[in-house]
Design a protein around this ligand. Sequence first.
Ligand code: LIP
Length: 255
Amino acid sequence: MEDLLVQICNAARKAGRIIYSSHNAAVHSKEGHFNYVTDADFKVQEYLKKELLSVLPSASFCAEEQENAALSDSYVFVVDPIDGTINFMRNRKCSVVSIALLEHKQPVLGVIYNPFTDEMYTAEKGNGSFCNGKRIHVSSVEIDNAIVSVGTSPYNAELSVKGMEIASKFLRSAGDLRRTGSAAQDLCDIASGRSDIYYELQLSPWDVAAGSLIVQEAGGVFISIGHDKPYFETVCGVLACNQVCRESAVRIMGL
Ligand code: LIP
């Protein structure tokens, strides 16, 4: 698995270079409010599909900007070519490549690369989480000083309202809020201890599959809302946090 992880990291870094060098990529609307894709998303996805399937030909490939078959129990790459697409469109320099390898519908490898910070987050099931080869771990910050990263679900008015109600509850109990616009980056921030709680009420498997493993291998909590274990077959709400804030975060979210 170690050699496979190295090859996936190499692919992620090359994909990051495509993102970093793609300026003024054409933008296309998708279904729903504030939901877009760029030609850079398609270019990165096409590159990763070819590269990853050359590394592991027996695997299948699931990604944001294509039609996907149901997850099988064999190896599946679950890929978000640019997580934080709108950040990319607006040159906000907070977009990442997210690559997970699933077996039996659960991540066994996770790689998230931010080309703007040159940070490569990795995790292999059972072997811990790393950023640029250095071991990372969730924080031990308690709820009253916690930084809570908020997912606002801009494409779904009902979820946006509910998400803001939850944000208001956290603001009364925690330290402060943050909004990055990239779920995968939010999960890396939890894993590295830069923030302490992250929630979003509807995310796709490619937004969270890699980050879920990176959080858990960093000693953190990853909850697929409404499921008894991490769930990656369709959209799902997510709560991720350190162990110290778990009880409070679950209570505030009414889980
Ligand atoms: C994004 C997520 C973000 C969410 C956005 C969008 P994308 O993924 O990372 O957390 O709030 O609505 O879904 O579309 O940039 O890959």
